[in-house]
Ligand binder design. Structure first.
Ligand SMILES: Cc1cc2nc3c(=O)[nH]c(=O)nc-3n(C[C@H](O)[C@H](O)[C@H](O)COP(=O)(O)O)c2cc1C
Length: 171
């Protein structure tokens, strides 16, 4: 039996989980064995031959489950092919996208020990009506970039599927 690929995700409101599910479908269709798991449930990387990690940006950082996973499994991750996808931008405009790309570049620089075989930024989903504490409070602050931000979903499923198909070839 070939070893599976871990497709691990961190997700607070489910949009990154849905992207992870779509990536898993494509990788499986391409004949790869995929184990889809929330990162907080992963205890060990033994038995995996590669890791695909998906996480959203929250206040300029990857969501906590992802940061914790990376520090906990740093040694094992350094020996495996790792691919990353990050959700963030909530608008389609170029300026917003470039700002988030710069945010992501900083995050990647902080994890410079990680040498991903692929890293991609995808649009995210935002629904202010669904936010819970403390984010609910945060977005009410006039200084917050999310203050009065309308609901949006700029996940580009075609881009996501195309990236996953390309990734299947790399893994
Ligand atoms: C409180 C809050 C803070 C966020 N901060 C950022 C950020 O710093 N940079 C960014 O690009 N996106 C940011 N986002 C957008 C999220 O990355 C996006 O909504 C993502 O799709 C959420 O993923 P999830 O549904 O899996 O939790 C933020 C969203 C919220 C609600």
């Amino acid at each position: 039996m070939p070893k599976p690929i871990l497709l691990g995700y961190a997700s607070r409101y489910g949009s990154t989980r849905e992207v992870a599910e779509a990536v898993a479908v494509i990788l499986s269709d391409k004949g790869l064995e995929v184990d889809l798991q929330p990162l907080r449930k992963v205890r060990s990387l033994d038995g995996y031959r590669a890791v695909v990690l998906g996480a959203p940006l929250y206040i300029g950082r990857w969501l906590k489950d992802a940061r914790r996973f990376l520090s906990r499994h740093r040694e094992a991750l350094a020996k495996l092919p790792v691919a990353l996808f990050t959700l963030g931008p909530l608008k389609k405009d170029e300026k917003d996208w470039a700002d988030v790309q710069a945010q992501l570049d900083k995050v990647l620089a902080k994890h410079s020990w990680l040498k991903p075989v692929a890293s991609e930024l995808f649009g995210g989903k935002f629904d202010p009506a669904k936010l819970r504490f403390p984010y609910k409070l945060l977005v009410t602050l006039p200084a917050s970039p999310l203050h009065r931000m309308p609901a949006s979903d700029v996940r580009d499923w075609e881009k996501i599927r195309a990236w996953a198909a390309g990734l299947a070839r790399k893994l």
